[in-house]
Design a protein around this ligand. Structure first.
Ligand code: 13P
Length: 258
């Protein structure tokens, strides 16, 4: 990470885990463990129904934790049964939203074009998108990782003006490393994250590209976080499993301060 130009952001993605009643005990435990002067921002992306409880539990803490969602609908409102809009998330107190997670791309057939519409809906409501990109193992073995990531990044950002880029986080999550216990090596992760920054540079110029936070995600934990975060283009993490336990999440947060 290079803290001269951009923020380090450690974000948890609870996925479809935890109950509303479990949020406050988690928040209290995290608060008790968290160092007062943190070198990073902390975000927890929780299921939609947990957002009000999370906003209430994390709001007034000495160690503020920003609350995020894990998905949104690209439309502003209307007859879309079961969906949640950007304005609803913002009004409920969320500040971030994960967009284009590989689980949504795989299980809910979200394509790059929809990811792009969701990014613009999120920005329009003042939310900060965490845009996920990443290749499958088959794509890596075919040698098309860079081309695929270029396409994912460029399509997701189509129409996004340079002055909004400081509000955007790109998360590189190799699909083969998610929930598998198989982490990309720091070198593998850095190679793709620096490629992402090169794509941003080609789209927006060097000054804007160096201000964008790029996270790594995929089996990140207290044991591997420090090495990953020591790489120049890795500015944070998107943490699944290890964010479900305050004791484990705090280890990653602590690694960001090293
Ligand atoms: P794991 O940390 O459980 O591998 O999940 C990573 C992830 O998908 C975060 O969005």
């Amino acid at each position: 990470m290079d803290t001269r130009y951009r923020k380090t952001v450690i974000a948890g993605n609870w996925k479809m885990n935890m109950l509303p009643s479990e949020v406050r005990p988690y928040a209290e435990r995290l608060r008790a463990l968290a160092p007062a002067n943190r070198a990073c921002d902390i975000v927890l992306c929780v299921p939609h129904v947990l957002i009000p409880a999370a906003v209430a539990a994390f709001r007034d803490s000495r160690n503020r934790v920003f609350v995020g969602a894990q998905n949104l609908n690209e439309h502003p409102s209307g007859a879309f049964t079961g969906e949640v809009s950007a304005a609803m998330l913002a009004d409920a107190g969320a500040t971030y939203v994960i967009i284009g997670h590989s689980e949504r791309r795989t299980y809910f057939r979200e394509m790059d074009a929809i990811v792009n519409e969701k990014v613009s809906a999120a920005l329009g409501a003042g939310l900060r998108p965490i845009i996920c990109v990443g290749e499958t193992l088959a794509q890596r073995e075919l040698g098309i990782t860079d081309d695929l990531i270029t396409l994912q990044v460029k399509t997701a950002l189509s129409g996004v003006p340079a002055d909004k880029m400081r509000r955007i986080i790109i998360a590189y999550e190799p699909v083969w490393a998610i929930g598998t216990g198989k982490t990309a090596t720091a070198e593998q992760a850095e190679e793709v994250c620096s490629h992402i920054r090169a794509v941003l540079r080609s789209l927006y110029g060097a000054r804007t590209a160096r201000a964008v936070t790029i996270q790594y995600g995929g089996s990140m934990n207290g044991g591997n976080a420090a090495e990953l975060l020591s790489m120049p283009d890795i500015d944070g993490g998107l943490i699944g499993g290890a964010s479900l336990t305050p004791e484990k999440f705090i280890e990653v947060i602590a690694a960001a301060g090293e």
